[in-house]
Design a protein around this ligand. Structure first.
Ligand SMILES: Nc1ncnc2c1ncn2[C@@H]1O[C@H](COP(=O)(O)OP(=O)(O)OP(=O)(O)O)[C@@H](O)[C@H]1O
Length: 454
């Protein structure tokens, strides 16, 4: 088992270093942050098991920081507040926000180790509980008994044991990310991590740090290539990759290694690359939007991920699967689908693929009355769905912009509206739009979308 990763946030360097030394001596992995800004960055970039958080800091106080983190949903890991002069009010507020414990300064080493041990244990138990609650998420074995789906799984099984890059070619929503996770779970690297790098959220000016990491004094901020060391790096949607990011990745692939920003040390590459792309990615090469050499590197073992219209016989299984998941995980009311309703849905072409099935089942469970979803209701919903499709999706004013500008404008409007529907809760938004929370934060920041405080 790898060492627990602890983030120590304190503006006093001697306390920070003392706590770091004590914890490292105990075999923990420690990252230190001197202010709220550094703490936020570390939390986004690392998978942490515990945060030790000072209240008083020069930029933003610990309680405000905790409130920000709690607003996105449950805290991902326990937080222990360290303070020498906390008041009852701050203690009450921190507990309400989900802080695990208080550590009084001056710190006693015995107390520190005792509370760290207890908090890590509590974090482990909470993770187990969450795992038990979300029995089927993240999906490990993709659903589908059709011959098309079985053959796709067989292909993945065959390439899983090799080390060469895999390119999953398919339309959006067909399950490329799901298959990439499945591939990882079947590979000899399954003990390592699966890192999902959403390429559309990578801005050229911070891509180097996100990919290669940064050395800051003794502190190494891990980049994606480091986090995925021994595991799999999933390059999610090659068509969204900025030219500068393409150049950086190509240089690392050619050299077989990279240096973290701020360091001259060379790190050898040790990741399995799996990428997803639209079936017509070669056209982006023809148009000069994607590097041929990079595509050659990634397109070693191509796998075509079929659209759902090619294996409609799996639609009833997918509906059943999503009814179970949504009832179990989101507490939605259980509903049966009549045979006629299932048959009609089976014959629908599903342009949005499996993602569309999931969203539609969600709407049926959340909106319809009664215990059974019947044919009429399905017809009504499909009419609505088709109307949505014929409505011109791209408005005239967007047509005058470059694709990049148009995408940015759309993404901003889309996320702002969704954020409003989620009552400003980033955790809920992440679930709703299907992005990992850290990527979503990065994306919101890149688009200049403010997350309302309180
Ligand atoms: N075989 C499957 N069985 C059940 N659910 C699936 C399956 N494949 C995908 N899904 C679900 O469908 C949704 C879309 O899948 P996924 O994100 O893997 O697709 P994608 O091709 O990477 O598309 P996008 O780029 O739009 O995210 C997810 O919610 C995923 O859990």
């Amino acid at each position: 088992m790898s060492a627990a990763h602890i983030l120590v946030v304190d503006d006093e360097s001697d306390i920070r270093e003392m706590v770091r030394d004590i914890l490292e001596d105990e075999g923990y992995e420690v990252t230190a942050a001197a202010n709220a800004e550094e703490a936020r960055r570390s939390r986004e970039q690392n998978e942490l098991d515990l945060i030790l958080l000072d209240i008083w800091m020069p930029d933003v106080d610990g309680i405000t920081l905790l409130r920000d983190w709690a607003r996105g949903g449950d805290l991902d890991c326990p937080v222990v507040i360290m303070s020498g002069h906390g008041t009852v009010d701050t203690a009450v507020e921190a507990t309400r926000l989900g802080a695990h414990e208080f550590l009084e300064k001056p710190l006693s080493m015995a107390k520190l180790l005792q509370i760290v041990g207890e908090a890590l244990e509590a974090g482990r138990e909470e993770r187990e509980r969450r795992k038990a609650r979300s029995i089927l998420s993240p999906l490990v074995e993709p659903v589908g008994r059709s011959e098309v789906m079985r053959e796709t799984r067989r292909r993945i099984d065959r390439v899983a044991t090799e080390g060469s890059p895999v390119l999953l070619l398919g339309e959006a929503g067909t399950g490329r990310e799901t298959l990439a996770r499945y591939l990882h779970s079947k590979s000899p690297r399954s003990d390592g991590r699966f890192i999902n790098l959403v390429l559309g959220s990578l801005r050229p000016d911070d891509a180097e740090v996100v990919l290669f990491g940064r050395q800051d004094g003794d502190n190494l901020e891990a980049g994606a290539l480091e986090k995925a060391r021994g595991g799999t790096l999933f390059l999610n949607e090659l068509g969204d990759m900025d030219p500068e990011v393409q150049r950086l990745l190509m240089s690392a692939l050619e050299a077989g290694g990279y240096s973290p920003v701020g360091s001259t040390r060379r790190e050898a590459l040790d990741v399995r690359l799996v990428a997803s792309a639209q079936p017509d990615i070669a056209r982006l090469v023809e148009r000069g939007r994607f590097r041929q050499d990079l595509l050659n590197h990634l397109d070693v073992l191509p796998i075509h991920v079929p659209p759902l219209r090619d294996y409609r016989e799996d639609v009833p299984d997918l509906i059943r699967y999503y009814v179970d998941v949504l009832v179990d995980q989101e507490g939605l009311p259980f509903k049966r689908f009549s045979v006629a309703a299932q048959n009609r849905l089976r014959n629908y072409p599903w342009p949005g693929n499996i993602r569309e099935v999931k969203n539609m089942v969600h709407r049926f469970l959340a909106m319809s009355d009664g215990e059974e979803v019947g044919l009429e209701e399905v017809e009504r919903e499909l009419r609505r769905e088709t109307e949505r499709e014929v409505e011109p999706l791209v408005k005239q004013d967007l047509l005058g912009l470059s694709l990049r500008e148009a995408r940015e404008r759309f993404e901003r409007a889309y996320l702002e509206q969704q954020l409003e529907l989620c009552g400003g809760r980033v955790g809920k938004l992440a679930e709703r739009v299907g992005l990992e929370r850290t990527h979503l934060y990065r994306k919101l920041k890149a688009l200049g979308i403010e997350i309302q405080k309180n």
